[in-house]
Design a protein around this ligand. Sequence first.
Ligand code: UT7
Length: 325
Amino acid sequence: MNNVGIIGLGHYLPEHILTNFDLEKMVDTTDEWIITRTGIRERRIADQSQRNSHLAINAAREALKNAKLDPHDVDLIIVATISPDTSFPSVACLVQKALHARRATAFDISAACSGYLYGITTAKQFIQNGLYKNALVVASEKISTYIDWNDRSTCVLFGDGAGACVLSKVPGDRGIIADYLHAEGHFGELMEIISKERKSCDQTVKTMDLPRISMQGKELFKAAVNSMAHAALTVIKKAGMKLSDIDWVIPHQANDRILSAVAKKLDLPKEKVFVNIDKYGNMSSASTAVALYEAVEQGKIKRGDNIVLVTFGAGLVSAANVVKW
Ligand code: UT7
């Protein structure tokens, strides 16, 4: 039986670049602090008129074009996002409408920074069991909506963007060889969207702050290193491979120091870990999608290479896949 594999990739990044120097003018921070502690130099921020679906649709169009697939032949659209335009319609339905992919089933999934891999693994099952032939998986985030631009501990970390892939059966031994999905809801409070209730001066009128990201960075850092190392080792074992068989690791980009620590824990040369956090910051689900796109576009990943996609994020949720390219 043929494997399910990736037959086309797409991405979209908003034009506006917000540099560390721009942030120096907004909060009490420095370019030096941000680079040393995170590896981030700049990030993209969508403008007011661009909703999440705008990014998702652009990434989806490029993935279909690269897959040489007509929208009419898409059976399933999954959008991974934690920052949708609204609760409904889903971003997946907005993508379906824009593409005129009238035959497709469409739904969103919420798995934070692991959303792209949750989406890929979910779509893979539908193709493998014969229900659908072609699936479009998009990871799209306008995470800037949830940033408190007065909070230096979070506002320097995130950026907006989208990535996408088309999945279908592929010939030979290529394709998605193994999957790993994991959730630890009992650690959910380490990273949340919060909106505090405030009382007016006379204690009568209650107002709500805008929802925003709150996180316990140090605890998350440790959890991220342990979870990503565990996810990578587990999925490699499931694939019947050894770490030395892996040509590239494409990880979620939350902090370059996390990636160095994961490489060290795995005893893997850091050169095998693809890093682009310097240009985009943490784009939640879109980080891995854009990293995979760029690793392929830059010719780093070659046909026949074994790659590990590995993620970690709020929930807490971790995920990994082994893909023979
Ligand atoms: O997407 C997946 C989920 N997210 C993550 O996995 C994030 C994981 N955590 C991290 O990446 C890191 O913990 C952070 C980058 C968030 C923070 O780095 P850190 O080395 O853990 O710094 P810290 O929070 O311990 O803060 C160290 C100091 C503090 O000052 P004091 O108390 O030592 O005087 C902070 O107030 O740095 C201060 N600080 C800043 N200073 C300048 C915090 N943010 C900033 C800032 N600029 N932007």
